[in-house]
Design a protein around this ligand. Structure first.
Ligand SMILES: Nc1nc2c(ncn2[C@@H]2O[C@H](COP(=O)(O)OP(=O)(O)OP(=O)(O)O)[C@@H](O)[C@H]2O)c(=O)[nH]1
Length: 397
């Protein structure tokens, strides 16, 4: 029997096996990259079902520094290759279809009514109902209706493109584009030359997406070239610190945490801010608990965190995380936090899962504080700086 065909078959099998291996590696690598960036739908530390339960193991042994109960979490030698977070610029445009996908977007529904031939009182009632259902709030709804009625009557606008422009400009006005939405994340220098990191406290009721937002915000800052330290001051739920550490590790950001459940959150915040100062880091992001039963307890805890951190450097941002799907209930919580914690900006999460985008208007009006960031999904880079015009274009579909 001729040996040549066998040699060829064996070589061919070897090539196939080798090639398959390379292809498999490429697929696996691409899958990992996709999960880490745009296409990823599973954030670190959360379950597939998105329940927020931390499943990730603690990746590195903590190194003891500072008071015995607080230990910083390092990226560690076993940490996987770092992610490259998606650039911040253009994120809202990239995620815009998430707004349009959340049921029928408010803008599109309004447009369909406004484009009818002759607008009757019933049509105007329908518009009012749409606005109220979308959580725009009673006051802003009346304002928008009045403005639209006047302009439709005075200008006699009829063609769809003109109606769209009209609605767009009224929605933009309602969202107050003049509000300052910049995140204060610039470090400063004290008179004696000490480096002072910018400190951002993230507050809000549990389950709104606080820990996830801190993780995503760290990625936004890293994408913008900032150095970051995380402080896991949500010591109520031990898994929150694990979740945060995992987020940090993915972008090479250390987490200061306590291994003792129920440890003093103010002491963790203090250690995080101190580390940020000593290591000349740009921004310290502090996650807090917020599941306190009453206002007095909340006031005590947040007040203490602010007081104690301010011994090193006072927070330049207090971001309140609100779940857009909770409507009026969220607004009540927001008022309490705004009163207690001196909120400087709102992060509205889960706007991808609701047709109630109007909550942005109501929250800003009620609290007099701008929405600075919005969450549009569970992927690690699904947090975008809020931009009024891009948002309105999103809800107009
Ligand atoms: N669809 C969607 N889900 C989000 C968004 N932001 C956060 N989530 C999900 O909301 C759930 C709760 O998020 P967490 O960050 O654990 O909430 P938390 O406020 O820190 O909760 P505690 O740590 O228990 O106080 C997680 O499953 C997140 O993935 C968003 O913008 N869109």
């Amino acid at each position: 029997m001729n040996e040549l065909p066998w040699i060829e078959i064996i070589s061919a099998l070897a090539v196939l096996a080798g090639g398959g291996g390379v292809a498999g590696l490429l697929v696996a690598r691409r899958r990992r990259r996709d999960q880490g960036q745009d296409g990823g739908t599973t954030p670190p530390g959360s379950t597939q079902a998105g329940t927020g339960t931390a499943t990730a193991p603690r990746p590195a042994a903590p190194e003891e520094v500072g008071p015995a109960e607080v230990a910083p979490e390092e990226a560690g030698p076993a940490a996987p290759a770092l992610d490259t977070p998606a650039p911040t610029a253009g994120r809202l445009v990239r995620l815009r279809d998430r707004l349009a996908r959340s049921g029928s977007p408010l803008g599109a529904r309004l447009l369909s009514v406004l484009s009818r031939d002759a607008l009757t009182e019933d049509d105007w009632d329908e518009i009012e109902e749409e606005l109220l259902l979308a959580d725009v709030g009673a006051g802003p709804t009346t304002e928008l209706l009045d403005a639209l009625r006047t302009r439709v009557r005075v200008l006699g606008v009829r063609e769809p493109a003109a109606v769209r422009d009209l609605l767009r400009s009224e929605l933009v006005t309602l969202l107050d584009p003049a509000m300052d939405r910049t995140l204060r994340t610039e470090p400063t220098t004290a008179e004696d030359g000490t480096h002072l990191p910018a400190v951002t406290l993230v507050v809000g009721v549990n389950g709104t997406g606080k820990t996830t937002t801190v993780g995503k915000l760290a990625r936004v800052l890293v994408a913008d070239g900032r150095t970051v330290v995380l402080g896991a001051a949500d010591t109520f739920r031990a898994a929150a610190a694990d979740q945060l550490t995992t987020w940090g590790n993915r972008v090479g950001v250390p987490t200061v945490r306590s291994d003792r459940e129920g440890a003093d959150p103010a002491s963790v915040a203090f250690e995080a801010v101190t580390r940020g100062r000593d290591e000349k880091v740009d921004v310290v992001l502090v996650d807090t608990a917020g599941r306190l039963q009453n206002k007095a307890g909340l006031m005590d805890e947040l007040g203490k965190i602010v007081r104690v951190s301010s011994k090193v450097v006072a927070p330049s941002e207090v971001l309140l995380v609100l779940d857009a799907t909770t409507g009026q209930n969220g607004l009540t919580q927001a008022r309490v936090f705004a009163e207690v914690a001196g909120v400087t900006g709102i992060v509205l999460t889960k706007l991808d899962g609701t047709a109630k985008g109007g909550i942005v208007v109501q929250v800003q009006r009620e609290l007099g504080v701008p929405v600075k960031l919005i969450g549009l999904g569970e992927g690690p880079d699904d947090l975008a700086p809020f931009d009024v015009e891009e948002f309105v274009d999103g809800i107009l579909g």
